[in-house]
Design a protein around this ligand. Structure first.
Ligand code: FAD
Length: 227
């Protein structure tokens, strides 16, 4: 008597970022039915978002199609959809259009930025987690420099400031390079150290002995004319 055909375990990975993609690469070509669901159809290399935001790279340079990355194995299906909910009891993943059954689920949906309880800051200091964020930031930075080019009045308010803190401060060096490209001295980069409005430390979750090195830094020093 023939044994009934064994059903392949169904694995769903939500998110094709660093975590989800790494898991997918390990499971691709294995004896499972693998579905990778992401709300974008590309894998985004987030560490280079700063370069897109400062016009050093274009968006296509840091986004690679998920289908192309996982194209070698027949057991992989890539689905463009936003997951709305997961029913853990029934083992179902729900998107707007479909419901998917799973035996195993890997949730790798990443994180968004936090304003430490000050959501009103977002309007002035938008987050940088997606290509859309980077393109919007690039638009704002370049327009600020263009505006600076036109200012004749020395007493006019400075059109652009760099504000950064903690780890982000290091990354702000990329923005500083864009700053130096600005041909007008009205785009300023001065320096100021102070405490953050959110508390004694920037990251309330970080160890206390790091607190001394994590303070708000506002830089506004005269930019060098380069052209
Ligand atoms: C600007 C910036 C610079 C960084 N620089 C560094 C660095 O230099 N070194 C370093 O080690 N780390 C760096 N990081 C952190 C690193 O990029 C993240 O830790 C890493 O991307 C996290 O991987 P992840 O897979 O958890 O999430 P992500 O890479 O964010 O991937 C999450 C994926 O899930 C998808 N998703 C989310 N919700 C849903 C949903 N409901 N339905 C469908 N899909 C969904 C998203 O579209 C995304 O593709 C940086 C991050 C940023 C933002």
């Amino acid at each position: 008597m023939q044994s009934p055909a064994r059903k392949q375990p169904q694995v769903i990975i939500v998110g094709a970022g660093f975590g989800g993609l790494e898991a997918a690469k390990k499971l691709a070509c294995e004896d499972v039915r693998l579905r990778v669901i992401d709300r974008t159809n590309y894998h985004l290399f987030q560490p280079l978002l700063y370069q897109v935001a400062t016009a050093a790279l274009s968006p296509a340079d840091i986004a690679a199609p998920v289908r192309a990355i996982l194209s070698k194995c027949k057991n992989v299906e890539v689905i463009l959809a936003e997951v709305e909910s997961v029913d853990v009891e029934a083992r179902k993943v729900r998107t707007k259009e479909r419901v998917f059954d799973y035996d195993y689920l890997i949730l790798a949906t990443g994180a968004r930025h936090s304003y430490f309880g000050h959501d009103e800051w977002e309007k002035l200091a938008p987050g940088l987690k997606s290509l859309e964020d980077a393109v919007e930031l690039r638009r704002r930075i370049l327009l600020a420099f263009e505006y600076a080019e036109k200012i004749e009045d020395e007493a006019a308010p400075v059109p652009a400031r760099r504000v950064s803190a903690g780890l982000v401060r290091e990354r702000a060096k990329t923005i500083a390079r864009a700053w130096r490209r600005s041909a007008h001295e009205r785009a300023r980069d001065e320096h100021y150290r102070g405490r953050c409005a959110s508390g004694p430390r920037i990251y309330s979750v970080s160890r206390e002995n790091l607190g001394g090195r994590q303070h708000c830094v506002v830089r506004r020093k005269n930019a060098q004319r380069t052209g």
